[in-house]
Design a protein around this ligand. Structure first.
Ligand code: FES
Length: 296
């Protein structure tokens, strides 16, 4: 195995860890008692520097060709079978259901284990190799055993500038040795306005301060909503302070703020006032294709 170190520079760290990340963390110049701190992370490398193990190993041509698992001898949980078949029914080409089918199997087995792959292949009438190729490409499909609580910390640019590297480090420290947790970094999760943020068992939470990490992990362990006041889907506006402005105990969405809960937004929910009120101009001209000339 070839190991290579990727050096990352975290934005800033205070001598005593900051309780809140401020806008000053967006610069790499020392500000006050904040100084740049290099963070080193190990990125696994395999043959020829690849991140994919075994990609350069020759195929074993002496092996029997892959076969579709026999439905008569492959037990599949009834609920998993029903879910996979429902996904297959949604697409004109059933191969398109491979990702949701594997995700369903992962929920049942905890990861895309050999058994999960065989069961999915059996229902979809595909070879296990086809599904292994899909599972090993998409990094939210786990190809090795992981903890059941997935915490994805966004370390893309906005979150990184607001202290995501330190947040990830703190979460890793807090969960060290606990096999129930799968803490990892992730690229932009699309919620940059609440940076630094994380997806906690599928619930977007942010901005998360270092001092909130122990509480967050405790809530996940207890099965209670993770930092309800900071959950993205409970916010009523893009103002990160809006959800927190509610008096304690009056948050109507707190009970629904469980991982995997339905979207709590009501049909009447609005992100703002309807547009309008400005001067109304003439309607735009309708563009029409040029007439086709008659060649006869
Ligand atoms: S950079 Fe973190 S959500 Fe976009």
């Amino acid at each position: 195995m070839i190991g290579r170190r990727r050096k990352r520079s975290s934005p800033l760290r205070a001598d005593s860890p900051p309780a809140e990340y401020g806008s000053t963390a967006a610069t790499k110049e020392p500000v006050g008692d904040l100084v740049p701190v290099p963070i080193e992370r190990e990125v696994p490398r395999f043959g020829h520097g690849s991140r994919v193990p075994g990609w350069d190993e020759a195929a074993d041509l002496a092996k029997d060709p892959a076969e579709i698992p026999d439905a008569a001898t492959t037990p599949v949980p009834a609920e998993l079978r029903a879910e996979i078949e429902a996904h297959m029914a949604k697409y004109p080409d059933f191969h398109s259901a491979a990702i949701p089918a594997l995700a369903a199997a992962q929920r049942v087995h905890g990861w895309c284990s050999p058994e999960a792959i065989i069961q999915t292949a059996c229902v979809m009438r595909l070879t296990p190799g086809y599904l292994i190729a899909v599972a090993s490409f998409y990094d939210m499909l786990e190809t090795r055993p992981v903890g059941r609580h997935a915490i994805y910390v966004c370390t893309n640019i906005s979150c990184s500038l607001c202290g995501a590297d330190e947040l990830l480090e703190r979460l890793e420290q807090e969960t060290e040795g606990d096999a129930d947790f799968n803490v990892r970094h992730f690229e932009c999760l699309g919620a940059c306005d609440i940076a630094p943020m994380a997806s906690v068992d599928g619930v977007y939470v942010g901005p998360i301060t270092l001092s909130e990490v122990p509480t967050l992990i405790e809530q996940v362990r207890d099965g209670t909503p993770p930092l309800p006041g900071k959950q993205l889907h409970l916010r009523k506006s893009t103002d990160p302070g809006a959800a927190r402005a509610q008096p304690a105990g009056t948050d109507p969405g707190a009970a629904r703020a469980q991982p995997g809960a339905a979207d709590p937004l009501s049909p009447t929910h609005s992100h703002g006032e309807p547009m309008g009120g400005g001067p109304v101009g003439p309607p735009a001209a309708i563009e029409r294709p040029p007439p086709i000339e008659d060649e006869t």
